[in-house]
Design a protein around this ligand. Structure first.
Ligand code: CIR
Length: 255
């Protein structure tokens, strides 16, 4: 049974960091309801939920993915790229300590988990405004002994690598070719986001099912046509905060 770490929506979420988006009002009550439905979706797919300690003072603290990368052998606690987010790692360190040996990204390395795409033993790390080469080198030193390759990837026009590309099946990815070089993923079957939905590349694969925002129906249709099994969730408030479905959990196999 996989474990999913989540954390409650901060009452200050409307003050979140924004990089490529204009600020829009966020309905906190709606965000809380959507987050509860997201946790229900994870449970429906067999995940056991562990809630990290709430961090109400950190507007972006619901986006736990940015604080940690969990592999079978170890977990990496990040050094988030935005200064308002650095203290968010405390709750993830506490939550993950009992489950994996922990390694820490240290300055000058900065890393957001949203920039880390792991597929099997391959790891791609977005070189974005939040994640740099120093962090990539530190990550490589932690994981190379366990047989992982780590490759830097340029991302343009979006916040994180996983805003541009995510895994949607054993050998399948969903990507926006305007934000990441599709050639990097040529060994995978590629589904492209619909041109009217550039923000739709963030999907969350749990087992054989993909949790996907109902907010992107044109891309959902492409996924369905490609034979992907979908579990749709309303994600409007997270999307306004420049987040996606991968951001709100850290999922790993219990050992
Ligand atoms: C931020 O800018 O850090 C947040 N407003 C959104 C983070 C989304 N996280 C993710 O995609 N992994």
């Amino acid at each position: 049974m996989p474990t999913a770490i989540t954390r409650p929506v901060s009452p200050k979420m409307a003050e979140c960091e924004l990089t490529h988006f204009d600020r829009q009002p966020i309905d906190i009550m709606r965000a809380i309801r959507q987050h509860a439905a997201y946790e229900d979706a994870l449970q429906e797919l067999g995940c056991k939920i562990i809630r990290a300690l709430p961090a109400p003072e950190n507007p972006d603290s619901v986006f736990v993915e940015d604080c940690a990368v969990v592999l079978d052998e170890l977990a990496i606690i990040t050094n988030p790229g935005a200064s308002s987010r650095k203290s968010e790692i405390v709750g993830l360190t506490t939550a993950l300590g009992p489950h994996r040996p922990l390694h820490f990204i240290l300055a000058p390395g900065v890393l957001d988990g949203g920039d880390v795409l792991v597929i099997g033993k391959q790891i791609w790390v977005g070189q974005s405004s939040r994640s740099n080469a120093a962090a990539l080198e530190q990550m490589r030193s932690f994981v190379a002994p366990h047989g992982y390759t780590v490759t830097g990837v340029e991302v343009t026009g979006c916040l994180h690598l996983k805003s541009a590309v995510t895994q949607i099946g054993k050998d399948m990815v969903l990507l926006n070719p305007d934000w990441v070089d599709a050639g990097i993923f040529r060994s995978f079957k590629i589904v492209e986001t619909h041109p009217d939905e550039p923000g739709a590349a963030n999907a969350l694969l749990v087992g054989d099912t993909v949790i996907f925002p109902a907010d992107f129906p044109l891309t959902a249709l492409r996924l369905a046509e490609a034979g992907v099994e979908l579990l749709l969730v309303d994600n409007s408030e997270v999307i306004k905060a420049e987040g996606g479905v991968t951001c709100c959990s850290v999922i790993f196999a219990e050992k």
